[in-house]
Write a new protein. Structure first.
Length: 273
């Protein structure tokens, strides 16, 4: 059996999941790199981390999740951390009246299934140890009009689910939170985001560019590794200050923005209005 604490990260083959797996490996966890399609990327990540292993499973499938978790318990005897990150279904974009119910429902169903089955299987294991950390990767899109009602609804459902699980698990010493990223540059978003969209998010980020996967990995690790041991039942946005910068850039007349904005923002503002 493994004496190290074990962290299971779903959808860890690339993007936010891969960055989170690396960060948890750096902190000393044995990392279970769950993936679905890209075995080559998952195995490369395992080599980079060292104390890790890649296990293929579709986390929207109850049977495959059971097999995944049972294998981890048989080999390691514990799961201390669950990061529910898998991108389970691409959202349908476009006006709602052009999105068929089947496509809308498929996105919401897959998003919830990806956290539901894992949680239902892992939570009793954590309860027996009376400790554990669960973090779901949601999105600020849950509260924004971003062009996909299905995506926003799915992420809002994950947030609600996180709060329910937090309430159910708090008496057992288990913390449950969701981290909600804004626009993040990943392999998945590269297929969707145009250069204009990237500039939009970059101009509205305190970093001056779109967020990177590692910008999410560090807050997730902080929730997991004890620094925020007293934090539970929270939906934590990690968006580079998008709402604030959006107000400064878009919410005031241009002349007022130019007069009152902080100096480092002026060039960014005027270049995009």
């Amino acid at each position: 059996m493994n004496s190290k604490q074990v962290a299971l990260v779903s959808g860890a083959g690339r993007g936010i999941g891969a960055a989170t797996a690396r960060e948890l490996g750096r902190l000393g966890y044995h990392v279970i790199v769950n993936y679905l399609r890209d075995a080559e990327s998952a195995e490369l990540l395992v080599k980079q981390i060292g104390a890790a292993q890649a296990i293929r499973a579709d986390v929207t499938d109850e049977g495959q999740v059971a097999t995944l978790v049972d294998r981890v318990i048989a080999e390691h005897g514990r799961i201390d951390v669950l990061v529910g990150n898998a991108n389970t279904a691409a959202p349908p974009f476009g006006p709602l009246e052009h999105v068929p119910w089947a496509a809308f429902a498929a996105k919401v169903n897959a998003e919830l299934a990806g956290v539901y089955h894992l949680t239902r299987k892992v939570l009793p294991i954590m309860r027996r140890r009376r400790s554990g950390r669960i973090v779901y990767v949601s999105a600020t899109a849950a509260e924004l009009i971003m062009g996909s009602a299905a995506h926003s609804t799915a992420k809002a459902a994950v947030n609600a689910f996180a709060l329910q699980v937090a309430g159910a698990a708090i008496a057992d010493g288990i913390t449950v939170n969701a981290v909600a990223p804004g626009g993040v540059g990943t392999d998945a978003t590269a297929e969707v985001f145009t250069d204009e969209v990237r500039r939009h998010f970059g101009d509205r980020s305190v970093t001056g560019s779109m967020l990177r996967p590692q910008d999410l990995a560090r807050p997730i690790a902080a929730l997991v590794d004890g620094a925020f041991a007293a934090v539970t039942g929270q939906i934590i946005p990690v968006d580079g200050g998008y709402p604030l910068l959006s107000q400064l850039l878009d919410g005031l007349p241009r002349s007022l923005v130019a007069l009152h904005e902080p100096a480092p923002l002026r060039g960014r503002c005027c270049a995009n209005t």
